[in-house]
Design a protein around this ligand. Structure first.
Ligand SMILES: *[C@@H]1O[C@H](CO)[C@@H](O)[C@H](O)[C@H]1NC(C)=O
Ligand SMILES: *[C@@H]1O[C@H](CO)[C@@H](O)[C@H](O)[C@H]1NC(C)=O
Length: 365
């Protein structure tokens, strides 16, 4: 290099350095302090710590280019037989705009997350993560990806009834703040993190008068009465519910919550303890008084998981792992890998960042 060209380059490098220092300094001053990753690494510089984006920023960014619009006319995916499946929205979809914080994604537990105990002991490894946490993380990731509100409610235990009876009161106490609450049991997952609630509302034709939407349980011809109520009608499953804020919702939730008091519904207290608890009470009593405001979805659309043969309950949009709960982690991993792989795939496909170097002639220079 001729000596004359060194000094302008050197000057450029120095001024670039100053700009960088200034920019990082400004960012560090701007961003609120964040907890350093608790892995005992004490050697991270202050700048590294303060400019590390939070996972709550990264997840929306990761899904931003995958996300389906509320009224996207079609949705395609690779099914479990590795075939491309294409679904079409019905004509005139009702929800054309994102609902954002008008939707609450809700988890409800009386237990502490098992991963929280692990974390406090310094244990954080994907392979050790419990499926309950994986389910909850799937729901939270989904909320972040679409900008919905999210809550994990830790409810007190009942003294006189099964823990799942917490559902009606928790829903009643929060629905006034939202247009919709999408409630999920910890063993239920959103099959497609990138498919928004609005699209499913359109697909299922949820109307303003529908207060509660649930999927049916499977019907097995060899055991036709297993999931049936006293009128031999198949129960709906409360593991996934879309609750809409309308004029009848509070009344339905109150009737449901008070069902085991045996005042309005004689005999409902039968379901305080035995299976299927609040789910049986809803199917046996509540839905008969509010038929018009309850929407029942086919089991195939929002219940079960791949491999279930009865009623095609293979969890097309929402999966509910009654058994094989370890597979919740597979769903979560599948969705995360989709989001992480796409930007990597793009880098190689478009050769941004100069990753691909063409070797035109295979000789050693
Ligand atoms: C999936 O595609 C294969 C051929 O690639 C076909 O044999 C099979 O029937 C398809 N499955 C479904 C469920 O459509
Ligand atoms: C309940 O309905 C199923 C059909 O859905 C039928 O096979 C079964 O015999 C019925 N059971 C009773 C007790 O009526």
């Amino acid at each position: 290099m001729p000596p004359s060209s060194r000094s302008p380059l050197f000057a450029l490098a120095v001024s670039a350095g100053f700009v960088l220092v200034f920019v990082f300094g400004f960012l560090a001053w701007q961003s609120p302090p964040r907890m350093p990753f608790p892995d005992g690494r004490g050697d991270l510089s202050a700048i590294d710590q303060m400019n590390t984006p939070a996972i709550t920023d990264i997840i929306p960014l990761l899904y931003s280019s995958l996300t389906i619009a509320p009224a996207e006319p079609t949705f395609s995916y690779i099914d479990d037989a590795n075939n491309l499946t294409r679904l079409e929205l019905p004509k005139k979809p009702r929800y054309k705009k994102k609902l954002g914080r008008d939707v609450l994604i809700l988890d409800l537990e009386t237990r502490q997350l098992p991963s929280t105990e692990d974390f406090k002991r310094g244990e954080f490894h994907w392979r050790k993560l419990n499926h309950v946490s994986a389910g909850v993380f799937n729901h939270y990731t989904y909320a972040l990806a679409h900008g919905y509100d999210y809550k994990f409610i830790r409810a007190a235990e009942f003294e006189d009834r099964h823990a799942t009876w917490i559902k009606p009161s928790a829903l009643a106490n929060h629905i006034n703040d939202y247009k919709f609450i999408v409630f999920m049991d910890a063993d239920a997952t959103f099959r497609f993190t990138h498919l928004p609630v609005e699209w499913m509302l359109n697909y299922w034709k949820i109307e303003p008068h529908h207060s509660i939407t649930m999927a049916l349980d499977p019907w097995d011809p060899s055991l036709p009465e297993t999931n049936a109520d006293r009128f031999n009608r198949t129960l709906t499953n409360t593991g996934f519910m879309i609750v809409q804020n309308n004029a009848n919702t509070q009344g339905i939730l109150k009737a449901w919550h008070e069902c085991p008091d045996d005042v309005r519904y004689q005999g409902c207290s039968e379901w305080k303890g035995p299976r299927f608890h609040e789910q049986s009470a809803f199917g046996e009593y509540i839905r008969y008084d509010y038929e018009k405001y309850i929407k029942e979805l086919p089991c195939a659309e929002a219940n079960g998981y791949p491999g279930v043969t009865q009623s095609h309950c293979e969890g097309r949009f929402v999966r509910h792992y009654w058994f094989n709960k370890f597979r919740i982690k597979e769903d979560f991993a599948d969705n995360m890998m989709n989001a992480i792989t796409l930007p990597l795939q793009r880098i190689f496909a478009e050769n941004t960042n100069g990753v691909i170097y063409e070797q035109n002639k295979n000789v050693i220079y």
